[in-house]
Ligand binder design. Sequence first.
Ligand SMILES: [Zn+2]
Length: 79
Amino acid sequence: MTTIALLASLLPLSYAAWYLILCVVSPWGRCRRCHGRRYHRTAIGTRRDCRRCDGTGRRARIGRRLAEYIRAEYRAGNR
Ligand SMILES: [Zn+2]
């Protein structure tokens, strides 16, 4: 039973580690709203740029934004 408890406590840790690796390797995720297509289809059938990703089809992962924020704060403090 102890091994199960150990594994259960390691799971969120390994998940966090994997997420951090993912943020470094591929900081850009596919836009959830347009699924990377960069546009929406309106009711009348015309294409419209996705507002959430500004027509790029990609969006920064939260972890990456956090890393950038920390870096910016670090730089501002060293000025
Ligand atoms: Zn989008």
